[in-house]
Design a protein around this ligand. Sequence first.
Ligand SMILES: [Mn+2]
Length: 272
Amino acid sequence: MKLKRGRVYRSLFISDVHYLLDKKVKPHHHKELFSLLDYFHRKKIRFERIFLVGDILENWYLSSQRKLRRGKGIKRFNKLFDRLDQIAIRRAQKIYIIGNHDSFNYTLTLPPQVETYLENRGWETMEIYEDNEIVVAHGHQGQYGKIFWFINILIVKIVYSLALLSPSFFHAAEEFYRKNFNFDRNETREEMLQYYSILSNRVRQKNRLLISGHTHQFLASEDLYVINTGDWVESRTFVIQDGDIFYGYVYKKKNIFEREFKLKLRKNSTTR
Ligand SMILES: [Mn+2]
């Protein structure tokens, strides 16, 4: 399906951008993200709601707050958030869901200056968004409980402080972390089912459509009534809601993206 010029769509969902990360540390396709947002702008495609579904800013490897304090850093923030404003209708709902990489503290909150920046730009920041039809959360809740998060951050702080010495340490640190502490990739169907059942409980999905990111596994499941937005950093995927239908897309190259899935809201989901 081609997106229509001049059309206002209900929502845009995008997650796992890891913005501000250095290309030398990890390829991140941020240029391609700008190109997609510029494409929407050129085609006058706009959205009533924009959901940033977590891990939008990178905070584990670097301090987004420290970047924000510098002149050049603010420009980089504006580069992304100006573009998002260009594709939002006036009085759009702009929801910033906090993901595990957006935060590097024990209580999983945004750095205060980043939070202020977002609020000044009209973003509502929260861990879980919910209405009668959908529940949106980053998805780390399916992996970490509160205590495990605390231990995890402690370990990450130690490992990453070593990595700060040089970017080359980052790979070693990441490898080490992946092997020993990271359970965010669901490799088997059982793992996937278990993950979504924990997540569904923790975010109180009930009969609503659950939309999350985090696992980097782009999917729409009718049975689980789940959509995973995939990720930008590796797969360049995103989700658009048009009326009561959700479409999953993959960005291929400039001005070219392909539809991977489609999921319709259940009729009964409007009544809780
Ligand atoms: Mn995550």
